[in-house]
Design a protein around this ligand. Structure first.
Ligand SMILES: *Cc1c(COP(=O)(O)O)cnc(C)c1O
Length: 415
């Protein structure tokens, strides 16, 4: 019986400590927010105030007054829903203007010209890209640590899929040299979501050029954050060219929702005509496009520069603070891998120790997720700390202080 079967499976997950719960935010996305647990009957009054280091709102734009106002104004002008998919009647002038604004902003990356196509979410955009391009004659070369949406897309595509060990350009090169498929797609996250490290995009693009392949870059965590005018990881490395296919998301640094693909106009037209995750779904509300355009205006200009500088300062503060803590406790077993992005993994190793540390932080009013296998490799359980331009220096200092206490107190601490 289905219900019995599922209950048993759920019970098993619980026993393995794999059950997930959704905490309920009682306010807008911000470093400080009231949070409650489901099923406690709690309302905003009973919620616990938390200092969060877990959102992807890297520039603090999710609740920016100008973006919120554009959303409200957009709703007054366009109503709430789009009413249909883009190819039927759901494609509004608001969507069109957003695609054009994004294309104009990122134009320097494609000297030969490129076009933008919007999607409802990054998950859908990746499914669309990989399935529409990964036809039977294609081979997808994908990094082992790529985002779930790229892995799912590869499974859905009928293409051959070859996975290379994380960032191992040498292994990828051997695979490319060995392949005779007419269409080769190298697929990679630009900033890896659990480690914060960057893909060697310069070398990957050179490989693509040498082996007549295309480079698909998922820049969910770099767009808006890295590069001149926030143009992302490709701009950070000074890359440009026709062989680039970019997927950018609009729910992270942009603080809104949605995603887009930018590439050669012929590729984009192919996606528009054939990509099912773009066709068989209702277009996002036009008001979201208006809010995203407002966000882009902020992000690409001087205020964006100031926010990127603030974020870099917090990253430096956290890394220097953690380095000092680790130096003072050389036997603690924690480590801080290199990451120059807003994603800062503090490696703990053991699953239970990582969970206990996250729980200790939670009791101190700090919200930092513990990430365990299978999301990350066995033996690399970690705290995934994400920073935002909206964090104040005192808030980062508070996180460091609580981590320092955990290191000093063996009961709640490391070994
Ligand atoms: C978040 C994320 C996505 C999915 O984007 P959504 O807009 O949240 O669906 C895709 N790729 C990577 C690397 C991500 O981190």
């Amino acid at each position: 019986m289905l219900i019995d079967h599922l209950s048993q499976q759920l019970q098993q997950r619980r026993a393995l400590g794999l059950e997930r719960v959704r905490r309920i935010a009682e306010g807008p996305c911000a470093p400080q927010l009231p949070v409650s647990l489901p099923g406690t009957g709690a309302d905003a009054d009973a919620a616990q105030p938390m200092l969060a280091f877990c959102s992807n709102d890297y520039l603090g734009l999710a609740a920016h007054p100008a973006v919120v106002e554009a959303l409200a104004e957009g709703a007054r002008r366009w109503g709430a829903g789009s009413g249909a998919s883009h190819l039927v009647s759901g494609h509004s002038r608001a969507h069109e203007q957003l695609e054009q604004a994004l294309a104009e902003w990122l134009a320097p990356l494609w000297p030969e010209g490129a076009r933008v196509l919007g999607f409802g979410t990054g998950y859908l955009a990746n499914l669309a890209l990989v399935t529409a391009l990964g036809e039977a004659r294609a081979t997808l070369f994908t990094d082992r640590l790529n985002h779930a949406s790229l892995i799912d897309g590869a499974q859905l595509a009928r293409a051959e899929v070859r996975r290379y060990p994380h960032n191992r350009v040498d292994r990828l090169e051997a695979m490319l040299a060995d392949s005779s498929t007419p269409l080769k797609l190298i697929v990679t996250d630009a900033v890896f979501s659990m480690d914060g490290d960057l893909a060697p995009l310069e070398r990957l693009l050179a490989l693509a050029e040498r082996h007549d392949a295309w480079l698909v870059v998922d820049d969910a965590h770099g767009l808006g954050v890295l590069g001149e005018a926030g143009r992302g990881s490709l701009a950070h490395f000074g890359l440009r060219g026709r062989r680039l296919i970019l997927m950018g998301t609009l729910g992270k640094a942009f603080g809104v929702a949605g995603a887009f693909v930018m590439a050669d106009p012929v590729i984009v037209e192919w996606l528009l005509q054939t990509a099912r995750p773009g066709i068989y779904t209702t277009a996002a509300p036009p008001a979201l496009a208006e809010a995203t355009r407002a966000s882009l205006e902020i992000l690409r200009g001087p205020e964006g520069d100031a926010r990127r500088a603030a974020l870099q300062a917090r990253i430096l503060q956290l890394r220097e603070g953690l380095a000092a803590l680790l130096a003072a406790h050389p036997d603690c077993g924690w480590s801080l891998p290199a990451s120059a992005t807003a994603i800062q993994p503090l490696l703990i190793g053991d699953n239970h120790r990582a969970a206990a540390l996250a729980e200790r932080l939670r009791q101190a009013g700090l919200w930092v997720p513990a990430i365990r296998p299978p999301t990350v490799p066995e033996g690399t359980a970690r705290l995934r700390i994400t920073l935002s331009a909206a964090h104040r220096p005192e808030e980062v200092a508070r996180l460091l202080a609580v981590l320092g206490q955990a290191l000093q107190d063996p009961a709640g601490g490391p070994r």
